[in-house]
Design a protein around this ligand. Structure first.
Ligand code: TEU
Length: 566
């Protein structure tokens, strides 16, 4: 156990590991099942720490593992200071943290401050205490509109479909107030003007930092504060995307949310070594994102512009450049993300016929959500290999979502009766939801649940995943797993990789090409024709076989990336 330092530490003098780390996302329900109940758990994760060390990542981020009724796969937290029995115990969590550290891996947890579970004791107390009570002031309870309060207080919508308000029965049994939930009804939003709420989360941060946790990913970091008066949004929510409307949306990305993070940063900086934060903030522009990482606020924020990017060289160059430039204005490191537990797996996105068109659903990225339509999985996998080399060569930190290193695709044909995402149930099947990117990891090429556990898995795995299992891929130099291992090894060894800058090199409009000092270059061909590689270069790693342009000169085939020593 590490204790807070007696005197504040000089953060600048310490190694800022988050500026260059590769952080592996463990979706604990689906990573490894050590207890044989079909659900991933801490025992499973502990047994696979050696795999993560050998893969070559620097840290793990573990999705919520707290006690939860699982209305939203653990993002409905009933107790912020304990472990969900399905996943293990607090003792096991502490053992895991210690063992991860022994393997040289940092541990990042997921904190969920926008809402609790409706089974959190505070919410139960709020229901019992009735209107106007201090217990209700921790959440957002309001009387309804209409003659008998039968209409919700405003027009806000749940991210999972349907309205964002649910009416409660008062202690006397009569229909009463409504409470706000921007997500599922089992996830009531906290009122962040409440001093109790602010104090509670500072205490929760300390609880886990005292147990050696190295940082937190902050769930829905852009959602905590709401406009006083809770005004209607109306039909044109997109008007808030205009630059002069930034910070004006009634519940997303408001300016005063930063006060919360300024207070949290002081807590993180009071530890030795200082702890780290990464914001999950879906915001309108890079300029808005850097608000979260200004000095004295959070260290990093997920770069969702990169994940929303189409498979198009010009757009990728522009997003990379804008991300680097905007972060440089505040001295923060960028992050890069290709997939996570909320969005369609990259193999499937890149294998869609419209992969070069990006996000038709606007800035929230319609293509990130599963829908019908043909997918060329082999094409997607080829591009995903190239995208991995691109991501891992860029300056800053990178996140790898479990299974990305195996080239797993989105499982699009899960039967409705196994789906658990509230987006599926709340939208009446209109949104297929996110279960397709949460299917348990195949570890072995045979056996029950392909080595995930001993007694099946909570979501069925496609039969074809035997060939994508860790066992099938390891030692096969052409596999996705060995590509990731080789790239992560080089990234550790090569002085040009990780934090730093880049210089663009012009190899034509269909090519993303840049150099990093000393002596490194990355070239990705997104065009329809092979491109000639610079003659003087020596190949360090490629995402696929190189062609022969002319006698002696290697060419970079379509949808292929290469790392070069220059
Ligand atoms: O996601 C927040 C978010 O804004 C979206 O990615 C959301 O999942 C999507 O709009 C729903 O279709 C975070 C978590 O990553 C997600 O898993 C949780 O469901 C959500 O918060 C609520 O805690």
């Amino acid at each position: 156990m590490t204790s807070p330092a007696a005197a504040p530490v000089d953060a600048a003098a310490r190694e800022q590991w988050w500026r260059s780390a590769v952080i592996y996302q463990v979706y604990i329900r689906s990573f490894a099942d050590g207890t044989g109940d079909g659900m991933g758990d801490i025992a499973g994760l502990r047994s696979r720490l050696g795999y993560l060390r050998d893969l070559g990542v620097d840290a793990v981020w573990i999705n919520p593992w707290y006690p939860s009724p699982m209305a939203d796969a653990g993002y409905d937290v009933a107790d912020y200071r304990d472990i969900e029995p399905l996943f293990g115990t607090l003792d096991e969590a502490e053992a895991l943290i210690a063992e991860a550290h022994e393997h040289g891996l940092k541990v990042v947890l997921d904190i969920v401050p926008n809402h609790s579970s409706s089974e959190h004791p505070w919410f139960t107390e709020a229901l019992a205490a009735g209107p106007g009570s201090p217990e209700r002031a921790r959440y957002i309870f309001r009387p309804g509109r209409g003659e008998h309060g039968e209409q919700p207080p405003n027009d806000w919508q749940s991210a999972f479909g349907g309205g964002a308000w649910t009416r409660v029965s008062e202690p006397d049994g009569r229909p009463g107030e409504w409470y706000l939930h921007l997500f599922d009804a089992g996830q009531p939003d906290f009122d962040w003007t409440s001093p109790d709420v602010r104090a509670e989360f500072m205490s929760v941060l300390r609880f886990w930092f005292d147990r050696g946790v190295d940082g937190f990913r902050i769930d829905v970091a852009h959602g905590l504060t709401k406009e006083p008066g809770l005004p209607d949004i109306g039909d044109d929510a997109d008007r808030f995307l205009a630059a002069d409307q930034h910070g004006q949306h009634p519940h997303w990305d408001r300016l005063d949310v930063q006060e919360v993070y300024e207070a949290w940063r002081e807590v993180a900086d009071s530890y030795d070594p200082p702890r780290m934060f990464c914001a999950e903030a879906w915001v309108a522009s890079p300029d808005r994102l850097v608000e979260y990482v200004k000095e004295g606020r959070l260290h990093t924020a997920f770069n969702f512009d990169f994940v929303r990017a189409p498979w198009d060289a010009e757009e990728l160059r522009s997003i990379i450049e804008t991300s680097l430039d905007s972060h440089a204005t505040v001295g923060a490191a960028t992050t890069w993300v290709l997939s996570n537990h909320d969005i369609v797996r990259d193999v499937t996105r890149f294998g869609r016929p419209d992969a070069d068109e990006g996000a038709p659903g606007g800035r929230r990225g319609g293509h990130l959500h599963a829908g019908p339509g043909p997918v060329d999985v082999e094409l997607g996998r080829k591009r995903a290999r190239a995208a991995a080399l691109l991501m891992l060569a860029l300056p800053g930190a990178a996140y790898v979502y479990q299974g990305e290193e195996l080239g797993l695709e989105e499982v699009l044909d899960l039967p409705g009766d196994v789906r658990q995402d509230p987006a599926w149930t709340r939208s009446g099947g209109e949104q297929v939801g996110r279960d397709g990117c949460r299917v348990p990891i195949p570890w072995r090429h045979s056996g029950n649940s392909l080595g995930f556990g001993t007694d099946g898995s909570w979501l069925p795995q496609p039969a074809g995943w035997a060939q994508l299992s860790v066992e099938a891929q390891q030692g096969d130099p052409g596999s996705m797993l060995e590509l990731y291992r080789a790239a992560l090894r080089l990234r550790r060894e090569h002085p040009a990789l990780g934090d730093g800058g880049l210089h663009w090199r012009d190899l034509g409009s269909d090519v993303v090409s840049f150099a990093r000092d000393p002596g490194f270059a990355c070239v990705v061909n997104l065009g329809p024709e092979p491109v000639a590689l610079p003659r003087e270069a020596r190949v360090l790693l490629t995402s696929g076989p190189l062609g022969q342009e002319r006698l002696g000169d290697p060419a970079l085939p379509v949808d292929t990336a290469v790392w070069l020593a220059v």
